[in-house]
Design a protein around this ligand. Structure first.
Ligand code: FE2
Length: 378
């Protein structure tokens, strides 16, 4: 199989970061969905408050967009009014999913110039939008599959979200669940394309490779995957990339690619300071998470050692734990958040550990395979 290489034009090693332009944070993630108005209710269950809206009432005749927020996490849910819009075509093909990963930058011109002159495909050159809240500048480049990376420069903007959006009255029915910030955003790409996208992040964004896991590490009896993690700013912004590896049966990455019809965002990991309280609340609200077999919990205290949480709570809620040189982490994975077995969510708490739970991959994938088998997709 011919592996397409992303052209490298500098001599930096993959472990070395280049300070091409400053990225402050993930500004927001936009999902293109079938029914944004109803999706808002789903994300309210996760503890997100609707804060801003754009649509017919704000003279946006193309699409309805609702912005929901919890602490530093912001999602935009969008649906087009017309079947002829690009947004409708995208939804027909992919179902609900992440269309835009928006990064807050300090200098939009530098962000667009550096990425596009280093090989990224430009989609929208820096553009200014203005309303009474001030000025916001945005630019867009093409990411994996049909996913876009959008740069947002909003240094002195005081509006609800972006020009064209109106603030919504406070929704007092929403009780937050302790989700604080985005920890990482994972992309699934086709077999043979992981290194292309590793090089893309390295080359265009200046990111470095933080860690990689090969199929000898991440495999079960039936399937395997490979994963590399790209990040910047001391690992504050992290983008793991997965590709399927050959196994005896269909891997979860292939299942994703089959149902999303191409590469895209597989999961978004959200940080909490108290995973026991967060997950207990989310489960009480009816949200569904994967569960590993009880044997995992029988072996856990010996594998992880002393933790601040109570092992009985961890086992009761189905939370996973992993330890590395720097500490430990606790994590749990949701079932897919739409009917297609594509995107899901992770809730993660870090107590020192900066990894991604590699010690859980096997147990986790075995429980994903149980779900795949139920769907007739293993
Ligand atoms: Fe993750």
């Amino acid at each position: 199989m011919a592996i397409q290489e992303f052209p490298r034009t500098d001599e930096r090693s993959l472990e070395e970061e280049a300070d091409l332009f400053k990225i402050n944070a993930v500004d927001h993630i936009e999902l293109w969905v079938g029914n944004a108005k109803q999706s808002v209710y789903y994300w309210k269950t996760w503890g997100f408050k609707p804060i801003a809206y754009s649509g017919l009432e704000t003279a946006n005749r193309r699409h309805a967009s609702w912005v929901v927020e919890q602490n530093q996490i912001r999602f935009v849910l969008s649906t087009s009014y017309s079947p002829h819009d690009e947004m409708a075509a995208h939804h027909l093909l992919h179902g609900d999913g992440v269309k835009v990963i928006a990064l807050e930058v300090e200098d939009i011109k530098a962000a667009y110039h550096e990425t596009t002159t280093r090989g990224a495909k430009g989609v929208q050159a820096p553009t200014e939008a203005q309303d009474e809240g001030g000025i916001v500048r945005t630019a867009i480049i093409q990411g994996y599959g049909q996913t876009l990376f959008k740069f947002v420069e909003r240094s002195d903007y005081s509006g609800a979200f972006l020009p064209g959006y109106k603030a919504l009255p406070e929704d007092r029915t929403v009780i937050p669940t302790g989700l604080e910030a985005i920890d990482h955003i994972v992309g699934n790409v086709e077999l043979g394309k992981m290194d292309y996208w590793v090089n893309w992040f390295h080359q265009t964004m200046g990111f470095r490779q933080i860690v990689h896991y090969d199929d000898k590490v991440i495999h079960t009896e039936y399937s395997a995957l490979m994963s590399k993690v790209m990040g910047s700013g001391n690992g504050r912004i992290k983008f793991p990339i997965n590709e399927p590896a050959k196994g005896r049966k269909k891997s979860q990455i292939e299942e994703f690619l089959d149902y999303y019809l191409g590469p895209g965002v597989q999961h978004i990991a959200l940080l909490t300071d108290d995973i026991v309280a967060t997950v207990r609340e989310l489960k009480n609200r009816g949200l569904e998470f994967l569960r590993v077999p009880q044997a995992y919990y029988d072996a856990l205290p010996e594998r992880i050692g002393e933790i601040q949480e109570n092992y009985a709570d961890i086992a009761e809620l189905g939370i996973l734990a992993d330890r590395d040189d720097e500490g430990y982490l606790l994590q749990i994975f949701s079932k897919p958040v739409q009917d297609r077995p594509t995107m899901f969510m992770e809730v993660i708490q870090r107590r020192g550990a900066r990894g991604f739970g590699v010690g859980n991959f096997k147990a986790l994938f075995e429980s994903i395979e149980i779900e795949q088998a139920r769907r007739g997709n293993l």
